[in-house]
Design a protein around this ligand. Structure first.
Ligand SMILES: CC(C)(COP(=O)(O)OP(=O)(O)OC[C@H]1O[C@@H](n2cnc3c(N)ncnc32)[C@H](O)[C@@H]1OP(=O)(O)O)[C@@H](O)C(=O)NCCC(=O)NCCS
Length: 441
């Protein structure tokens, strides 16, 4: 058993009594109320999911295992020669809740290397798809076709005690995470670099190897590390994390769950927003003939977009009510590495003019930028200009959080998810009882 798995086992055994005690002694304690607005509003704010991997405070932003983003980046061991931490060490933190030493991070890197071989049939499946297929569809299909290798399914069919479900789930999750960077880079090189995939270099850490397989020089390795860490988890209720959790709750294996997670991420209101941001900015650039607009000109573009009934991509959030710290971290990276880049200047201008406009329009509950408003500009700067691909990068990162959640779901025996639905007539009846006059008008 690997050191990480051993450590995880200890953590799971120590944690289980907490969940059991809560269920047994406090199962009837109320967690909140659900209003008609919440039911019709996409379950916004309904507290009915449990995760200890990350927590999203509306004002403060995300904490991974209790650490803010700046704390996470500062405390995790760094890859020699780079500014950013090992993604492998970050996974150790997400999975166990403990900060890893450099040796712990390197041990996980070793474990990934042992699991990283992508089966040939995955490449065959990718190559059989029309080359203009969206890269998210390719990623989802590549993940799904590996389902045939699920250790969980094999062990389940042999007869698996409930307390042991986490063990083969861990095996599948680690195999998948180890292979995703190569699959992502392969899709990129096959589709956008004249079909010239680059073989992995397993002497490198996950971020370094990904940059190598993408064919992009330093500091893109640090960009990859930062990107995967920032996009890993945003508690459980967002579409991708929730889709993964929901599908896994039926005891579908992690390949089914991760493919569903990718499909949810592919929507323009979720992960696809980062490609929408670049598309929107380039449209503005074209209209401006490539020069930086004045504040007044940029304001007009924002208003024109709103007045045509579209959203401003990269702004707003379902939970956050301030500038996304993931945005700020990437902004700091841009200020350090690409302050004079033309697209960054546009993004910077949007950062200043958009929130007051959204506030004035009065619709968006959060006028501040989210993670997607900033991430495309960095990729563009380092030569990844095929913005259809950006959500694949998000997906590789998001898989880290979703896999940790699913392993813990299995460890704590969370049951199949099954919220209750009601009909519109039932809501109308309830509304009439609560507000007899308002309901009639
Ligand atoms: C993220 C997002 C989907 C959250 O949705 P939400 O929780 O329903 O957001 P709100 O409660 O603030 O929405 C209230 C209204 O404001 C609008 N709104 C929210 N964000 C907006 C934006 N960036 N631009 C224009 N209008 C926006 C909504 O469309 C909605 O309008 P409606 O009442 O006419 O339907 C939404 O802010 C959005 O579409 N943003 C742009 C896409 C994006 O950046 N997605 C990535 C998220 S990480």
């Amino acid at each position: 058993m690997s050191k990480l798995k051993e450590k995880l086992q200890e953590k799971i055994e120590a944690w289980r009594p907490r969940t059991t005690a809560l269920l047994k002694k406090a199962g009837d304690v109320k967690l909140g109320d659900v209003t008609i607005g919440m039911a019709l509003g996409g379950a916004r704010g309904v507290k009915c999911l449990v995760t200890d991997i990350s927590y999203l405070d509306p004002q403060e932003g995300i904490r991974f295992r209790g650490f803010t983003i700046p704390e996470t980046l500062e405390k995790l061991p760094k890859v020699p020669g780079g500014e950013m931490p090992y993604v492998e060490g970050f996974l150790y933190l997400l999975l166990t809740g403990d900060l890893p030493t450099k040796a712990d991070a390197e041990e996980v890197a070793k474990e990934f290397k042992a699991r990283a071989r992508v089966p040939q049939y995955v490449f065959d499946v990718l190559r059989a798809m029309p080359r203009d297929t969206h890269p998210m569809t390719m990623l989802s299909a590549a993940i799904l076709c590996m389902q045939r290798d699920s250790v969980y399914v094999r062990r389940y069919n042999e007869g698996l005690g409930k307390n042991d479900h986490w063990d083969p789930t861990y095996e599948d999750a680690m195999n998948l995470l180890a292979r995703l960077p190569e699959i992502g880079a392969y899709i990129f090189r096959m589709k956008y670099r004249a079909d010239t995939p680059i073989a992995p270099d397993f002497n490198l850490d996950l971020g370094g190897n990904f940059a190598h397989m993408m064919g992009v020089a330093k500091p893109y390795d640090d960009v990859a590390r930062l990107y995967f860490i920032l996009h890993s988890d945003h508690e459980s209720g967002n579409v991708s994390a929730h889709a993964g959790h929901l599908v896994a709750s039926a005891l579908s294996d992690v390949y089914y769950a991760a493919s569903a997670m990718i499909n949810g991420l592919a929507g323009p209101l979720h992960g696809l927003a980062n490609q929408e941001v670049l598309r929107w900015i380039q449209d503005v650039m074209e209209k401006m003939g490539g020069k930086v607009p004045t504040e007044e000109e940029m304001k007009k573009f924002v208003w024109d977009t709103l007045e045509s009934g579209q959203v401003i991509p990269g702004f707003g959030h379902a939970v956050l009510r301030k500038t996304d710290p993931r945005y700020m971290e990437q902004r700091n990276f841009c200020l350090k590495h690409l302050p004079d880049d033309l697209i960054f200047k546009y993004v910077d201008l949007l950062f200043r003019v958009t929130p007051p406009i959204l506030e004035k329009q009065g619709k968006a509950k959060n006028p501040w930028p989210n993670v997607d408003a900033q991430s495309g500009v960095i990729q563009w700067y380092y030569g990844i200009r095929e913005y259809d691909f950006y959500t694949v990068l998000f997906g590789i990162g998001r898989a880290l959080g979703v896999m940790c959640n699913i392993i813990w779901d299995r460890a704590l025996g969370y049951p199949i998810e099954r919220p209750k639905s009601v009909t519109t007539a039932m809501l109308e009846e309830l509304a009439a009882k609560a507000q007899p006059t308002a309901a009639k008008t």
